[in-house]
Design a protein around this ligand. Structure first.
Ligand code: UD1
Ligand code: CA
Length: 451
């Protein structure tokens, strides 16, 4: 058994009308990553030596996403969206250059697993002419049906819209992914016509044509979850739900406590250490790394942040891209951190905005502190030194530097740098009038009109 070089062609040119969207279907996201990028990651993990994607004219954003997710990928244009066989033909130059196996994968099946694709090529190695991925659909509506012969081989695939009543009762559906030997493809594709309900050139027709040539198509089974094809917003939400269930299970298996797993939303790349406790209603956007022993209290929104060992975040905290929390940092309720480093042991426990800055080791940021980072044109840096104490309700107007160990009096608007260990105070002197309140009350009481 020898492994052949593998070319994977992703089909992404479909209009995706059922999404009712101005954005191409395959750019809609599951767990913070486009469906296209999910499919590309699966294709790479399956060991593809070469990747190609077929897009429609004008899909510049899809091209760009493909190039970012898989540098070096070949992009082909399908001039008109007249079916999956016609889409594969658009990649003809890549097919002509290739020697080995080809897997055709749809870019709208974001939950497909790499190991499943490898079972398709294994079926070719075991003697199949074509391998077709099938699954038992709980609701088969819309899917093509695999028609098996008495020996359990696939004799044809019949699209839902062309299927008879009897064929529609078949639960075994086409998951979309198919494997071919590249040497067979040109001959098969050239004979596919469009005499069907939709007037499209169906790749699935290759199976019946191959059978007439004596080429065997073997079915390879996968779970309904991974076969889920996203054609509508409802199916997008179902795919998201399945992804989340998988991801939650994985983080729990790796040693994280999710108090209410179904309320925690993870991203495709969320990384969580051991003995982390995550309370209910926490949302992870892309790019979050959580180190060991962290406690995330309820209702936090986290994107592009690192949370260092033993830190405590929330409840109701917001960490935005570039938030970098060191060991044992505390970030409490209604605190927002963006593009700012908090060094070990620093604390901001209540109601603060820390944007574009550094909070030195062990420094304490009082309630209501604002880093005034934006002047309407540019962003500026606030630097709070090690062990500094910023009193409540202070505005630090950037660019500004607070020296190590300095104190900022509550309510100050700090516009100038503060020396290490100094006290900086910016507020008017308090006035006091002894006995004033009693006299005032007596005067007002005399003047009050009866009700
Ligand atoms: C397709 C299969 C069906 C299978 C289902 C699994 C065909 C004819 N039908 O149906 O058997 O059960 O997927 O999810 O293959 N595309 C192009 N160019 C086109 C048409 C489609 O690139 O001209 C791309 C789409 O972007 C999409 C994929 O091919 O990624 C599948 O097309 P779609 O229209 O979603 O096919 P289904 O009706 O879902
Ligand atoms: Ca589809």
């Amino acid at each position: 058994m020898t492994t052949q070089p593998l070319l994977i062609v992703l089909l992404a040119a479909g209009k995706g009308v059922r999404m009712r969207s101005a954005i191409p279907k395959v750019l809609h996201a599951v767990a913070g990553r486009s469906m296209l990028a999910h499919a590309l990651a699966t294709a790479r993990a399956a060991g593809a030596a070469k990747l190609a994607v077929v897009v429609a004219p004008g899909m510049e954003a899809v091209r760009a996403e493909a190039a970012t997710a898989s540098p070096g990928i070949e992009v082909f244009e399908q001039p008109t969206q007249s079916g999956t066989a016609n889409a594969l033909l658009a990649a003809r130059p890549a097919l002509e250059r290739h020697r080995g196996d080809v897997i055709v994968l749809f870019a709208d099946t974001p939950l497909m697993q790499a190991a499943t694709l490898r079972r398709l090529t294994a079926a070719l190695e075991a003697g199949a002419g074509i391998a077709a991925l099938g699954f038992e659909a709980p609701d088969a509506t819309g899917y093509g049906r695999l028609l098996l012969d008495t020996q359990g081989r696939v004799r044809a695939i019949c699209e839902h819209s062309d299927a008879s009543e009897e064929e529609r009762r078949i639960g075994l559906c086409n998951a979309g992914a198919m494997a071919f030997r590249v040497s067979d493809l040109a001959g098969l594709l050239s004979r596919i016509g469009n005499g069907n309900a939709k007037g499209e050139y169906y790749l699935t027709d290759a199976v019946a044509i191959a059978a007439a040539d004596g080429l065997i198509t073997l079915p390879v089974a996968c779970t309904p979850d991974e076969a889920l094809g996203v054609n509508s917003r409802e199916q997008l939400a179902i795919a998201e739900g399945v992804f989340q269930q998988r991801a939650r299970r994985k983080v729990m298996e790796a040693g994280t406590t999710l108090v209410a797993p179904e309320t925690v939303w993870l991203s495709f790349d969320t990384t969580i250490g051991r003995d982390v406790v995550i309370e209910p209603n926490v949302f992870f956007g892309p790019g979050v790394v959580v180190e060991d022993g962290v406690h995330i209290l309820a209702n936090c929104h986290l994107v592009g942040a690192r949370i260092g060992r033993g830190a405590r975040v929330g409840p109701f905290a917001r960490l935005r891209p570039g938030a970098d929390l060191g060991e044992s940092v505390h970030v409490g309720n209604f605190v927002e951190v963006k593009n700012a480093k908090m060094e070990a042991g620093a604390k901001a426990n209540h109601l603060a905005y820390l944007g574009d800055g550094r909070v030195g080791e062990g420094a304490n940021i009082g309630a209501g502190t604002i880093f005034c980072n934006y002047d309407g044109f540019n962003k500026h840096f606030t630097d709070v030194g090690k062990g500094a104490f910023v009193g409540s309700n202070s505005s630090l107007v950037a660019p500004v530097r607070i020296g190590d160990g300095a104190y900022i009096g509550s309510g100050s608007v700090i516009t100038k740098n503060v020396e290490p260990d100094a006290l900086a105070l910016e507020r008017s002197t308090q006035e006091q009038r002894p006995g004033w309140a009693g006299k005032f009350r007596a005067l007002m009481g005399r003047r009050k009109k009866p009700a």
